[in-house]
Design a protein around this ligand. Sequence first.
Ligand code: CU
Length: 110
Amino acid sequence: MRRLLAFAALAAFVIAAPLAAQAADDFTLTIKDHKFSPAELKVPANKRVTITVINSDATPEEFESESLKVEKVIAGNAKATVRIGPLKPGRYNFVGEFHESTAKGVVIAE
Ligand SMILES: [Cu+2]
């Protein structure tokens, strides 16, 4: 019994560690009224980064960035995951291509 508990504790630690590491590089962008929030997203440079893009509008949007090499359509009231990087330090503009006049933002890698 004691040995089993020790094993369970170890297993919990092994499972928890990667989740904690992943959480640090996960970011969220929300689209509402055809605008991104936050409009400026700071991410770590030289790392793979995951961004969950939540589209709170009823209409579809396309998350697009030439500099980030991403293009992804997100249905209305849905979310999508985009993976970017590793990025050199700098600014990377993105837009919501279906509403480009208002849906603008920038990823800042530092
Ligand atoms: Cu496009």
